[in-house]
Design a protein. Structure first.
Length: 70
């Protein structure tokens, strides 16, 4: 890809981006939307993970003597 002509690289990059966007949309279109009961455990896990990460970042900033941006 490094030696490919510029238009070919651009076309290949656009194809990859298009595929990355189209795959989840196609999945949702063919499988339907998820029910709230299916999403709740995922949302709870993400909420806990974000809270833990935020606390760790705050602790690291405190150790460095820096103030967290609010």
């Amino acid at each position: 890809m490094a030696n490919a002509p510029q238009p070919a690289r651009r076309r290949r990059a656009l194809t990859l981006v298009g595929a990355a966007i189209a795959a989840p949309i196609a999945t949702l279109a063919f499988t339907g939307s998820a029910q709230a009961a299916e999403l709740t455990p995922v949302a709870e896990y993400l909420d806990a993970a974000v809270a833990d990460t935020s606390a760790q970042i705050g602790a690291a900033l405190d150790e460095l003597g820096l103030a967290a941006a609010e």
